[in-house]
Design a binder for this molecule. Structure first.
Ligand code: ADP
Length: 331
């Protein structure tokens, strides 16, 4: 169990974390979701006593992290995959950590095997790919066999096989009764991994709910329609009491509350030509984007255009392209 109470962190004029209160429970994977810059890493750093809160508290099993006698045996974390000593082999990196935490040497072999790095254990970690570094970071988190594990964006740099592996690893660890807290800026990834969701934007708590509830609340279905007679069709729909939303970016109409069959028949009755008539289900990614839209640091104007403001290396791929083009419900 991890408990956050009114946790806040300011860096100068930037409020990175803003009165965050929530509990992270054992036995489930809790996804910590938010756009880049939302305050996820800062929150995790405060959980591990790497940053001091400006106000509020964070407790792991009722204690402040620094009060834990052998922290690695209680809390394991992967924050920065490249934080390892590059001049040391994977094995020696882990051995140093083990020795300074009174963890037996055989555990080093066990975790190397667990993350699939046994074959490269004697290689210097500076030559590792990001995916291999992630695995080494995960091995170090697992070293003390802790009850609480935190992973900051663990799938970054992993190939599809690696992503599947870490997903199953986290689920397995949760099934053993451990507390698993994993951050991501990708809703799609969380939907496949997390049982519970904590969503933040600009440091503030936006949602704290079971994944199943989030999916149920946000799986909006609608019909997408394309016609060269859009205004006429809108009038017909309006007369039938059906509300249609124009999406200028795609030149389509989106319609809630009527089936594709109804709409097709209505168009036929009025001899309106249709170029597209397709039932759609809004993605969870869209729901997440709507939830956090006000708190995204930098918006892209259109696919392929530069983001506003100073570019950050991790900004563009997930949030940039197409963000503004995504239709919002009710627009
Ligand atoms: P996330 O992990 O969700 O991407 P971060 O916790 O890294 O977000 O950052 C939250 C906000 O705090 C951002 O605006 C970031 O620029 C700022 N920030 C993080 N660390 C520092 C720091 N050491 N000094 C100044 N600003 C920081």
């Amino acid at each position: 169990m991890i408990e956050l109470e009114g946790l806040s962190k300011r860096f100068g004029t930037t409020t990175a974390v803003d009165h965050l209160s929530c509990q992270i429970r054992p036995g489930v994977v809790t996804g910590f979701l938010g756009p880049n810059g939302a305050g996820k890493s800062t929150t995790m750093r405060m959980m591990l006593d790497l940053d001091n809160p400006t106000s509020g508290t964070v407790r792991v099993y009722g204690k402040h992290y620094r009060e834990l006698s052998e922290p690695l045996r209680h809390v394991g974390a992967l924050l920065d995959a490249k934080a390892m000593h590059g001049g040391r082999s994977a094995y020696n990196n882990l051995l140093c950590l083990a020795q300074s935490n009174r963890i037996p040497r055989r555990r080093v072999d066990e975790v190397l095997d667990l993350v699939g790095l046994t074959a490269v254990a004697k290689k210097k970690s500076k030559g590792f790919s990001l995916g291999m570094s992630q695995r080494l970071g995960i091995a170090s988190a697992l070293l003390g066999d802790p009850e609480i594990l935190m992973f900051d964006e663990p799938v970054n740099g992993l190939d599809p096989e690696g992503i599947l592996w870490i997903r199953n690893l986290m689920k397995g660890l949760a099934a053993e009764g451990r507390t698993i807290f994993v951050s991501s800026h990708l809703m799609s990834e969380m939907a496949l991994t997390a049982d519970h969701l904590v969503v933040i934007g600009q440091g503030k708590l936006l949602a704290d709910l079971p994944m199943a509830d989030f999916i149920q609340q946000n799986s909006r279905s609608y019909v997408r329609l394309r016609t060269p007679q859009q205004e006429r069709l809108k009038d017909v729909l309006h007369d039938a009491g059906i509300n249609a939303v124009s999406v200028p970016a795609t030149g389509t109409l989106e319609i809630d509350g009527a089936s594709a069959e109804q709409l097709g028949e209505l168009a036929a009755q009025h001899q309106i030509v249709l170029h597209e008539l397709s039932p759609q289900r809004a993605s969870l990614e869209e729901a997440f984007m709507r939830m956090t839209a006000d708190s995204v640091e930098y918006h892209a104007h259109a696919p392929g255009m530069a983001a506003d403001g100073p570019a950050r290396p991790t900004d563009a791929p997930a949030w940039g392209a197409g963000f503004q083009a995504t239709p919002k419900a009710g627009e």
